[in-house]
Design a protein around this ligand. Structure first.
Ligand SMILES: [Zn+2]
Length: 212
């Protein structure tokens, strides 16, 4: 993965944000929560002749989507509340399907047959989902999918790998449950942000009762 849009690499090897591009990122986030579509935002940026992240690229739905998923902008350019609001919005839009007659309805199989935590755990560092991995020892752990897929080339550097047992204990503690209860988690939670200090922040399904 290349350096995310809005950052530049310094001689020291560290990255820093670049002012005009960060303004573009903020505009993208704001327009999305205001209801603009990915395609609509891309078209507007093209129309305004804003230079795309890669000079050979155009602004596209996937470029916008990637920026909207990148937790690296939090909290310096994008406040955590706005980032979480965008993740809510993305999820609720992806749960709407358009029927052949043009009407829209909510998809019923939100969690399908997957593990209850799949799609719920989000990496606070890069915004990727956490993935469930069964080790050869049969121990189950959760790890940021950017790091799983990109190894040393990942944007994400510090996100922790957490055992299934530990993450369930943390969630139970936050929800004041004596034992981990899938049904409660399914019903109450929208997202769980996994932070680099191995702590979690929980976003609830109803309203924006954030405990950040
Ligand atoms: Zn990550």
């Amino acid at each position: 993965m290349a350096i995310p849009y809005g950052f530049e690499k310094m001689a020291s090897g560290n990255v820093r944000m670049v002012a005009p591009e960060i303004g573009v990122v903020q505009r993208i986030y704001q327009r999305y929560v205001d209801g603009a579509s990915l395609g609509g935002i891309a078209a507007q940026l093209e129309a305004d002749k804003v230079v795309a992240p890669s000079s050979k690229d155009k602004w596209s739905r996937s470029v916008i989507d990637k920026i909207l998923s990148n937790g690296k902008y939090v909290p310096y350019a994008i406040p955590m509340e706005l980032f979480v609001a965008v993740q809510f919005e993305k999820e609720s839009r992806s749960n709407i399907q358009t029927n052949n007659d043009g009407s829209m309805q909510r998809k019923t199989t939100r969690y399908s047959s997957q593990n209850v935590l799949s799609g719920l755990l989000v990496c606070a560092e890069c915004g990727s989902n956490y993935r469930r991995i069964t080790k050869p020892s049969s121990e189950v752990v959760w790890r940021c999918s950017d790091r799983v897929e990109n190894g040393k080339r990942s944007v994400c550097k510090h996100s922790p790998t957490i055992t299934d047992i530990n993450i369930k204990a943390l969630i139970s503690e936050k929800l004041a449950l004596t034992v981990f209860d899938e049904e409660t988690v399914r019903r109450k939670l929208s997202h769980i942000l996994v932070k680099s200090n191995r702590q979690i922040d929980i976003a609830y399904s109803r309203g924006l009762a954030l405990h950040l």
